[in-house]
Design a protein around this ligand. Sequence first.
Ligand code: GAP
Length: 513
Amino acid sequence: MAKQEDVFKKVISHAKEYGFIFPSSEIYDGLSAVYDYGQNGAELKNNIKSYWWKAMTQLNENIVGIDSAILMHPTTWKASGHVDAFNDPLIDNKDSKKRFRADVLVEDYCAKIEEKAQKEIEKAAKRFGDAFDKAQFESTNPRVMEYREKQSIILNRLARSLENEDLADVKALIEELEIADPDTGSKNWTEVRQFNLMFGTKLGASADNAMDLYLRPETAQGIFVNFLNVQKTSRHKLPFGIAQIGKAFRNEIVARQFIFRMREFEQMEMQFFVAPGTELGFYEEWKQKRLNWHLALGLGADNYKFHDHEKLAHYANAAADIEFKFPFGFKELEGIHSRTDFDLTAHEKHSGRKLQYFDNERNENYVPYVVETSVGLDRLFLAIFSTALKDEVLEDGSERTVLSLPPALAPVKAAILPLMKKDGLGEYAEKIFNDLKYDFNLIYEEKDSIGKRYRRNDALGTPFCITVDHDSLTDHTVTLRDRDTMQQERVAVADLRSIIDEKTNMRTLLSKL
Ligand code: GAP
């Protein structure tokens, strides 16, 4: 089995074993691509949300946050284009009866060609050592150039066919490339069909007059329809932004890779409203700001890259993804889109209401342009969790599993551990717990050897372990163990609050921005 797959399996099993993520309704064998966050997952998720929310709304005086409903008037989705165009091209394999996204089959085929190119590059890098010039090699080596050219021809044809809704050509491409069902090897394919990704539901009790609704596929539209409400009540002038965190639902066909692609997930989106003509400057600014926000987490700059879109959606005049190196390779983590005035204009048209702003300086009314930043909370969770999870071999040859989460995001900030329950150590430890619980999420554990309790808390990502021993009763000091360095020091009980706070508070993380 490939190493990457092993790493990913370990991530999934660790997330379950330590109460971060469970399959939804597991006692009924689960529900495909739906997951529940357990006691530690919920804390970690809340801390990630808090980092995003505070960075957006507290650090930018011209950004405010809202919480709009999941259910919206159905015309919203007509106006946004989701009813007509939020489709995936699907293809079924007649032998295995499995369904695939036709575009993903072609993209996976190209990814394999790219793997070959990467192997050539790696081989050359080894051969030339320090003298290796990657850019020059990529632009001159005939094999690498051939692999890249081949990918470009295939992907351009795919993009053209999808844009022209020429689904017959997408099928022809799959057949020409002799792409087979990855599980069975069968090449017996159906036609390609479009499939709308929105979940439908009904409003109202009786079947006759029930109204057809959709579960929102993105949170952004709740912001657009509230643009004037917020602008007027907040009295913000342009440029200003509206942020929102909330659930979104997509009936994903190829829902796999754990919480990377889910049917029910959370988005953290911000729409930044700007004057027409200024949007591309703000777009560049937000691209950089968002990358810096990710980098401040300390997961490693090499794990991120931009992917600028060449083919733009009909509503965008610039778009890029921030990609992250997940255990299964670089994939989209966040999108930054310059959405022009498409959404507000469409809502004006469909609602008959004006969604315009009077610009005092320009002395004119206009529909603002929008720059959007949109990050999937669950994907971010996976990025942070999978990068933090490490197996380490220690100096004495023993091993440990540690979850090196950024301390401000760790679900539990400190574990209070009496060496033993008797001799008053339990009571003393409980006193410390009760004193610190108003400031930090803590756990109190008295079972198992101290070594086992350290290991358990390492695997949970707890930045500090606080051990109470007999000396604590007389000198009012405890042993403070650091998760990452495993160093232990004796500190005064009276100093615990400030030590834990300094390392784990959100301020430390936010002040890096
Ligand atoms: N409002 C723009 C929008 O929704 P998107 O690229 O479709 O754009 C934005 O989604 C982000 O939402 C993605 O970058 C990804 O992080 C997350 N996302 C999208 N679909 C997802 C899914 N099925 N499961 C988990 N996260 C998803």
